[in-house]
Design a protein around this ligand. Structure first.
Ligand code: 13P
Ligand code: SF4
Length: 337
């Protein structure tokens, strides 16, 4: 089901903008005029992070979206994140700068296939990673993010079997951490799956004092070399709180912008892909958003997220369960390995 309403034919387009137009100033004006809040994920370009009212991981962004009294939410992230903001705020305008900003995890888990998967495991509780469509959320029991998943699973009675979708690496990590035997969906993130263990080992040899902080969407083989595993905010908290001065960062490389801003004296090295470089550590979906597209989305009030009310209410239930079962805001939920 399509949840993104595109700009109509009369809408302002990028080609209509004067080459000297300053999108930052335009965004500032519309932010005031339309009482808008700009939310950005840590994987956005540095300039987008810097203009946002709030930058966070998936859980903190959901919480912020649930609390805001703005009339318009400008979601600088990917579609499933903007959908979450709309599910939590049906009466607000939620815009996504690029309608095509998807996610490989979401794509790997189509609602009909997920419904069949659930039907094959009727006694299992469906704990689903937030990186999925509104339809898949509506078919789930509890939504989790990488920062609250372990905490939430530990509240589920031991006798209750669990299935976890769509990220198999996150699922394997959680199964190891919680000691639970889980049925896993076979999806992966295009960014985290490409880090090379072989290149990481070489990099660690060249930087023996560097600590490795990794996101749980990375492969099990890579996580074995990590000193810390956590969500994007967990990773940020770890490098800021650690007495070490050098870190290898195994996640989408734009998180390093916040790390450098908060600790300019420390050194952050992006984990390498198979070619030894880090160019594959850019999320191709996150990088679709630009300042110009943010301005146009605010002006046109589109691409705009619209979700049929019956679907929204079904997707809201497992999201509310997540917010209820999450640790208090600000708590560090994943310690060093
Ligand atoms: P977190 O920010 O919740 O760690 O999620 C990472 C991610 O892949 C978002 O797409
Ligand atoms: Fe999806 Fe991976 Fe991009 Fe996150 S980094 S939005 S999980 S493709």
């Amino acid at each position: 089901m399509e949840t993104v309403v595109l700009p109509d034919n009369g809408a302002l387009k990028e080609a209509d903008l004067d080459p000297k137009f300053d999108p930052w100033a335009g965004i500032e004006r519309l932010r005031r005029e339309k009482n808008a809040i700009v939310l950005a994920h840590y994987y956005q370009d540095a300039e987008i992070q810097d203009l946002a009212d709030f930058v966070g991981d998936s859980l903190d962004l959901s919480r912020r979206a649930a609390e805001t009294d703005a009339d318009m939410i400008v979601f600088c992230g990917v579609r499933f994140m903007a959908e979450v903001a709309k599910i939590l705020n049906p009466n607000k305008i939620v815009v996504l700068p690029d309608a095509d900003a998807g996610c490989t995890l979401e794509e790997s888990c189509q609602p009909d296939d997920f419904a069949r998967f659930r039907a094959e495991h009727p006694d299992h509780l469906a704990i689903t990673y937030i990186n999925c469509s509104a339809e898949v959320k509506a078919l789930s029991d509890i939504i989790v993010t990488s920062s609250n998943a372990e905490y939430i699973i530990n509240q589920v009675p031991e006798s209750q079997p669990i299935l976890l979708a769509p990220d198999r690496h996150l699922g394997s990590y959680l199964a190891r951490k919680t000691g639970r035997d889980m049925v896993l969906w076979d999806g992966t993130c295009i960014v985290h799956d490409q880090f090379s263990v072989r290149e990481l080992v070489k990099l660690k040899t060249a930087h023996p004092d560097a600590l490795v902080s990794a996101h749980p969407e990375c492969s099990t083989a890579l996580l074995e070399h990590a000193d810390h595993v956590g969500s994007t905010r967990g990773m940020l908290d770890f490098v800021l709180g650690s007495p070490a001065n050098e870190f290898i960062v195994a996640t989408e490389r734009h998180l390093i912008h916040q790390m450098k801003k908060a600790a300019p004296e420390k050194t952050f090295i992006a984990a390498p892909g198979a070619d030894g470089g880090c160019s594959c550590a850019d999320c191709p979906y996150m990088e679709m958003n630009t300042l110009e597209k943010i301005y146009l989305a605010m002006e046109n009030e589109a691409p705009r997220i619209e979700i049929p009310e019956d679907l929204r209410l079904r997707a809201l239930k497992p999201l509310e369960k997540m917010l209820e079962m999450s640790p208090p805001a600000g708590a560090i939920t994943q310690a060093a390995e």
